[in-house]
Design a binder for this molecule. Structure first.
Ligand code: TXA
Ligand code: MG
Length: 328
């Protein structure tokens, strides 16, 4: 199965979710590690498999905006506007939780993260699961990225299998994730819109839909622990280096075994350096980023040097992930 859902596989995966199992599935951002969001034991297994602290809230994935009022209370007009503009798609909305929302997915907070993903396999799975759940109201799939806590998110089914082996009940293979970095998270639980995690959808795009500025996270913002430093990290020390300083850093580290990820061709006469050329434009750069970091990490180098992309708004999501991956 690539980006087109195979009905028999979808049915099987939905049945596993219904029975309380764990299913990894593709979304347009990264692969998710899914469980029935209303089944506390199943959700606990996500935390155990990932090695993730229990109080971290999870994003609940839905297939239809009609499900929104089951999960969220006091839904502001802004949420409807953003849902209409960007769902299905790489945007997560943090809203006030509805009364019956299970604590296991909110980390005990007063808010809940919700998203309708755009990948056809994810949507088919979510629809099959909601259908199979019959009249049961809380038919959402809780899914963090399908990686061990603190490590690089997976953008292929192979990445998921390599990291979890037999610990998962099923991995749906939907090919490479198009976007390549996790969804933009916007908090709407406290009045004005606040950016909790940058992604492909920029604050400017969100502001254009709302006709209002998007704020930066402040101390009172809901905890988004996935936005911790030292996340998305390879095992090899990674250093983010301004383009103009790359040559000097390479010379200074001459004695070391190095890998480089840069939006430029390898200079002439470079030895002992594994140079990987990255796409110049942000969309293909983000699409390849995590696979590239995994590949470079596997080389067993002393360090990975990443040429810093431009510090401009379109690159905010990518720059955020590179900063968290860096050892500086
Ligand atoms: O693209 C994505 O969002 C992927 C795919 C699988 O949908 N999922 C993902 O999940 O990145 P995860 O768990 O790796 O990151 C979710 C982030 C975490 O930083 C979490 O703390 C935050 O969302 N989050 C979830 N619910 C929240 C809430 N109620 N309040 C604040 N932050 C929340
Ligand atoms: Mg994650």
């Amino acid at each position: 199965m690539t980006s087109h859902p195979d009905p028999a596989e979808i049915e099987r995966a939905a049945a596993i979710l219904r029975a309380g199992g764990l299913v990894a599935f593709p979304t347009e951002t990264v692969y998710g590690l899914g469980a029935d969001a209303a089944n506390a034991a199943a959700v606990a297994n996500i935390f155990a498999a990932k090695g993730r602290p229990q109080n971290h809230p999870l994003i609940v994935h839905l297939s239809d905006v009609a499900q929104l009022p089951l999960w969220a209370a006091d839904i502001p007009e802004a949420a409807q506007q953003l849902a209409a503009a960007f769902w299905p798609g790489p945007l997560t909305l943090v809203l006030k939780r509805a009364a019956g929302v299970p604590d296991c997915v909110t980390g005990g907070q007063g808010s809940v993260g919700l998203r309708i993903p755009g990948h056809p396999v994810a949507l088919a799975l979510l629809r099959a699961f909601a259908g199979a759940a019959g009249g049961r109201s809380y038919s959402g799939v809780a899914a963090p990225s399908a990686n061990k806590f603190g490590r690089i998110s997976p953008t292929t089914a192979e990445h998921v299998r390599a990291e979890f082996g037999a610990a998962l009940d099923w991995v749906l293979d939907g090919g490479e994730c198009e976007v390549g970095i996790e969804s933009t998270i916007i908090d709407l639980s406290r009045g004005r819109a606040v950016l909790l995690r940058p992604g492909q959808i920029t604050p400017a795009q969100v502001a254009a839909v709302l006709g209002a500025e998007v704020g930066a996270a402040d101390a009172a913002a809901p905890r988004a622990p996935g936005a911790l430093d030292s996340h998305y990290a390879p095992r090899t020390p990674l250093f983010l280096v301004p383009a103009a300083e790359l040559q000097a850093r390479l010379s200074a580290l001459r004695a070391k075994k190095l890998a480089v990820l840069a939006r430029a061709e390898a200079p002439e006469g470079l030895h002992q350096v594994h140079w990987q050329e990255a796409p110049r434009a942000v969309a293909p750069y983000a699409h390849e980023l995590y696979a590239s970091l995994r590949r470079l990490d596997a080389l067993g180098c002393d360090a990975i040097l990443v040429e810093a992309p431009p510090p401009v708004p379109e690159w905010q999501g990518v720059n955020d992930r590179l900063n968290r991956a860096s050892s500086d």
